[in-house]
Design a protein around this ligand. Structure first.
Ligand SMILES: *[C@@H]1O[C@H](CO)[C@@H](O)[C@H](O)[C@H]1NC(C)=O
Ligand SMILES: *[C@@H]1O[C@H](CO)[C@@H](O)[C@H](O)[C@H]1NC(C)=O
Ligand SMILES: *[C@@H]1O[C@H](CO)[C@@H](O)[C@H](O)[C@H]1NC(C)=O
Ligand SMILES: *[C@@H]1O[C@H](CO)[C@@H](O)[C@H](O)[C@H]1NC(C)=O
Ligand SMILES: *[C@@H]1O[C@H](CO)[C@@H](O)[C@H](O)[C@H]1NC(C)=O
Length: 209
């Protein structure tokens, strides 16, 4: 667990630091849809720990947030060194998903998403934390879909470098953390559906506001 001191330090560092990812996009909302139409919702950040927010479905009824919650507004930050993969420009420029954490006395704290891995299961939970120390690199393809880019073919024997591809392993899942349940946007690890039986595959798109 992070201590109050380390959180204050993190917030101070995030406010003072020049971000490497200092080119920001227009603001947008994230919209989740499932193929069967059962999920058609936006994303709201929801408190998951001190200065930490996971990505909740705005209209879900979980124990973790007021229901429903207003949808949050995000940005996409990249750097002057970021460029779309030369072999697949359609996959977009890599960067980070950002959001401003509102705080009482420190104002708006620039935050970015990292993936929180739990080795006991086969999915990871995207979480916003202050700054951009260990962000997950993401991209929006030319359809405005949220993707993670890869270039290693993990099923080749041995694994080898190949063409750049875009993965969309997004799921809406009821997750459990420290006594609370969340209806979260989750990233599946590997090709299959996560073992969590509540997970439903979703597409994630940005809609500029
Ligand atoms: C994103 O870019 C904007 C504009 O440069 C900057 O104010 C903000 O701190 C950046 N966010 C992160 C998390 O780096
Ligand atoms: C963004 O970062 C680049 C390189 O790190 C720097 O050259 C540029 O001045 C920065 N821009 C802003 C607006 O801070
Ligand atoms: C999702 O809901 C919005 C209105 O809230 C509607 O315009 C849109 O067509 C719906 N999308 C799907 C895929 O059902
Ligand atoms: C959440 O609860 C409200 C009020 O009880 C209900 O109208 C709504 O359909 C529920 N939403 C979901 C996704 O179950
Ligand atoms: C990865 O390697 C496997 C096994 O050689 C092959 O069947 C597959 O087409 C490759 N995938 C890509 C994206 O190159």
């Amino acid at each position: 667990m992070k201590t109050a001191f380390s959180i204050a330090a993190l917030i101070a560092a995030a406010s003072a630091q020049e971000s490497y990812y200092n080119i920001t996009s227009k603001p947008f909302q994230l919209v989740l849809t499932s193929a069967d139409g059962s999920i058609n919702d936006t994303v709201s950040t929801c408190h998951t720990g001190a200065a930490l927010e996971s990505l909740c479905l705005s209209n879900s009824n979980s124990t973790s947030k007021p229901n429903p919650s207003p949808s949050s507004t995000f940005n996409f930050n990249s750097s002057i060194y970021s460029q779309a993969p030369p072999d697949h420009a359609d996959l977009g420029v890599p960067g980070i998903l950002t959001w401003f954490l509102p705080t009482g006395n420190a104002g708006l704290i620039p935050s970015s998403v990292y993936f929180n891995y739990d080795p006991s299961t086969d999915s990871a939970v995207p979480i916003f934390q202050p700054g951009s120390d260990r962000p997950q690199t993401i991209a929006f393809n030319n359809q405005d879909e949220l993707i993670v880019q890869g270039y290693v073919n993990w099923t080749a024997n041995p694994p080898s470098s190949g063409e750049t591809y875009g993965l969309k392993r997004w799921f809406a899942c009821r997750t459990y953390f420290s006594g609370y349940q969340y209806d979260n946007l989750v990233w599946g690890l590997g090709v299959g559906k996560p073992e969590n039986p509540t997970c439903v595959a979703v597409g994630v798109k940005r809609v500029f506001v």
